[in-house]
Write a protein that binds this ligand. Structure first.
Ligand code: APR
Length: 268
């Protein structure tokens, strides 16, 4: 285990080892969590909330039973989150990952985030393990739904609103995200696991690694022989030989790291 700035030979030894691993990799997976979007102004899950949501714990609202009990509150929470994302811009970390695909290596992006900041930073085919804020689905019949224009944002006075209704069965619409107690979309999970098992380097950015099965992804990569580079403001490594821990803000560490990776030579 190494950390940026740690006395392990020379300052920045972990950064050098990480850039060497990336330079030699044909296939890189970037795996992200809420911490990558924190510097775009989107609250992480385990940060205390501010404003009208301060009394609420996000985890208590991410369940089907919470929606059944208080659909207005849960729908309003997701409207607020959609509004945060609409007002946010991709940051230097999202942009560095978007740029990585231009250096001649296969790059796959797998995220736990329900925002679209990777896409807006230029990454293609982003896999959303926990769904997406941009689309609703019916709570009753599970068919995809359409978000009426007036339901895109939380009303200015913060008043809670009724969830819209499904055009097919009149059930309440809910966000198309994965809640606690629900399974990940199996096709997305299977494709993600296949990518992780075939990569040479996995960069795990801004995740606390406590929500399974997504939290197993770095471990899956390590057990398939890949190098895992963690980028986090806290040490989240597990002391495995092929693990590198780069401690710092994603917006500072990722651009610095990825700038050190040369463009791969293209076959003539
Ligand atoms: N740069 C890098 N890392 C950061 C930054 C930053 N600027 N800010 C915070 N972090 C790190 C924190 O140290 C923490 O480890 O990001 C992580 C955020 O952790 P969580 O809030 O637990 O987010 P995440 O791991 O994505 O949560 C997983 O939990 O509630 C569910 O479905 C939800 O997808 C989410 C899942």
């Amino acid at each position: 285990m190494n950390q940026v700035g740690e006395d392990s030979g020379s300052p920045g030894a972990a950064l050098k080892r990480a850039s060497d691993a990336l330079s030699n990799a044909g296939h890189i997976v970037c795996f992200s969590g809420a911490g990558i979007s924190a510097e775009s102004g989107i609250a992480t899950y385990r940060d205390p909330l501010t404003g009208i949501w301060a009394p609420h714990d996000p985890q208590t609202m991410e369940t089907a039973s919470a929606f059944r009990k208080n659909p207005q509150l849960v729908w309003g929470w997701y409207l607020w989150r959609r509004q945060q994302v609409a007002n946010a811009q991709p940051n230097a970390a999202h942009l560095a990952i978007g740029q990585l695909a231009t250096i001649g290596r296969k790059v796959s992006v797998i995220t736990q985030n329900v925002d679209d900041l990777h896409e807006r930073a230029g990454s293609a085919d982003v896999m959303h393990l926990h769904g997406s804020l941009s689309t609703p689905k019916c709570f009753a019949c599970h068919r995809p739904g359409t978000l009426p224009q007036h339901q895109m944002l939380l009303p200015a006075d913060g008043a809670l609103v009724e969830p819209p209704r499904c055009g097919r069965c009149s059930g309440k619409l809910r966000p198309n995200v994965v809640w606690y107690g629900e399974d990940l979309p199996s096709d997305v999970w299977k494709s993600a696991v296949a990518l992780v098992k075939s990569c040479e380097v996995l960069i795990s950015v801004g995740t606390s690694g406590i929500v399974t099965p997504a939290a197993d992804i770095p471990w899956l990569a390590l057990s398939s022989g890949a190098t895992v580079i963690h980028v986090n403001t806290e040490d989240v490594s597990t002391a495995q030989p092929n693990e590198l821990m780069l401690i710092g803000k994603a917006t500072e560490v990722l651009p610095k790291l990825l700038a050190l990776v040369p463009r791969a030579e293209q076959p003539q």
